[in-house]
Design a binder for this molecule. Structure first.
Ligand SMILES: Cc1cc2nc3c(=O)[nH]c(=O)nc-3n(C[C@H](O)[C@H](O)[C@H](O)COP(=O)(O)O)c2cc1C
Length: 320
């Protein structure tokens, strides 16, 4: 059975520009989850989310919007909005670890409250025909928190439960807890997807071997660090294709040009690209040196020269 790969969303990174360029240059991803819609007090969808989800801006095969909320009325508002754009599924984020969100009982701060999850899902399913899927961690403090949520989810036609095998309190640090993830598999009949630290073909193979019943895997940071990864997984190859650096250069240049056209001012552009390189540099043979070089560039000319040299050196390294 061939496995499916989902692009796990990264707020601030995997917007429509990233997704389109990724799909057209690298491919290998079957479905893209969009970064979450969040409400700032008002029942209103912000323009940045509208732009990101606009079907006219999106050219990937399948895009699934996401919402992060602990209120049924916000969920329903997001559901109605995405339905109006033609989407049929809305993914619910119960994974975000940020203390600001968790303190308000959102993201992974909601996992311990199975009763509230039940109330929200009951209202959503009563008032909307949207298909709901979940993206969760195993808990905020304990990996057993999720076990009380499974029976609640079983009451509804939940399409899938993607689980990032960490706890909220870990943020993005520490190791994934593969034993607790394995334990989840025996506690629900609904489809579980795996997420967490798939950063290489070997890591992917390891997860497939451990969890043969899982047919869908999410890749987040690994997609930026090694954008060739999904296509190499699909080709079952651990060898970079001959044009890997060329493609990485093209991808970078396309994002740079699109952000340059969209963002106001050099400082916004540079800060966007610096953030991008924080993850992108990880896939290079000397990540620290690469990131340092990017940060040292003070203007666009210096930046472009630095990128060109980085790509040339990587090309030389990979063709050794
Ligand atoms: C900067 C950043 C932003 C993220 N934004 C989202 C988001 O909007 N929605 C979501 O479900 N997960 C979000 N995540 C979590 C990732 O999608 C993913 O679940 C997590 O990084 C674990 O997968 P990985 O080890 O493959 O990166 C974010 C993670 C990071 C580091």
């Amino acid at each position: 059975m061939s496995k499916r790969l989902i692009s796990s969303p990264l707020q601030g990174f995997t917007d429509f520009r990233f997704r389109n360029a990724f799909h057209e240059i690298f491919g290998g991803i079957d479905t893209y989850y969009a970064p979450y819609i969040r409400f700032g007090g008002k029942l209103e969808i912000k323009n940045s989310y509208k732009r990101d989800l606009d079907p006219e801006n999106n050219r990937v095969p399948e895009l699934i919007p996401q919402v992060m909320t602990a209120k049924a009325e916000e969920f329903l508002h997001a559901a109605e909005y995405v339905r109006s754009l033609g989407y049929t599924e809305l993914n619910w984020n119960l994974g975000c670890p940020y203390p600001m969100a968790c303190k308000k009982g959102m993201g992974s701060g909601l996992i311990h409250d199975a009763e509230k999850i039940d109330t929200i899902l009951a209202q959503v399913h009563q008032e909307s025909d949207i298909t709901v899927s979940m993206k969760m961690r195993m808990g905020y403090y304990e990996p057993t928190e999720i076990l009380d949520v499974f029976p609640v989810l079983e009451k509804y036609p939940i399409k899938s439960i993607a689980i990032h095998a960490r706890l909220g309190k870990q943020l993005y640090k520490g190791s994934v807890d593969l034993d607790s993830f394995k334990n989840c598999l025996g506690h629900t009949t609904q489809p579980i997807y795996y997420n967490g630290d798939i950063t290489s073909v070997e890591a992917y193979r390891d997860r497939v071997e451990r969890f043969p019943e899982v047919d869908t895997f999410l890749i987040g940071r690994g997609l930026i660090a090694d954008p060739l990864l999904p296509s190499m997984i699909k080709a079952d190859s651990t060898k970079f294709p001959a044009d890997s650096v060329q493609k990485m250069y093209e991808f970078h240049n396309r994002l740079f040009d699109e952000y340059d056209a969209f963002l106001q001012g050099l400082s916004h552009l540079m800060s966007k690209m610096h953030n991008f390189w924080e993850y992108y540099s990880v896939g290079f043979s000397n990540p620290k040196k690469v990131y340092k070089r990017i940060k040292k560039a003070k203007n666009i000319i210096q930046y472009k020269i630095a990128v060109k040299e980085i790509m040339q050196e990587e090309e030389a390294f990979r063709s050794r």
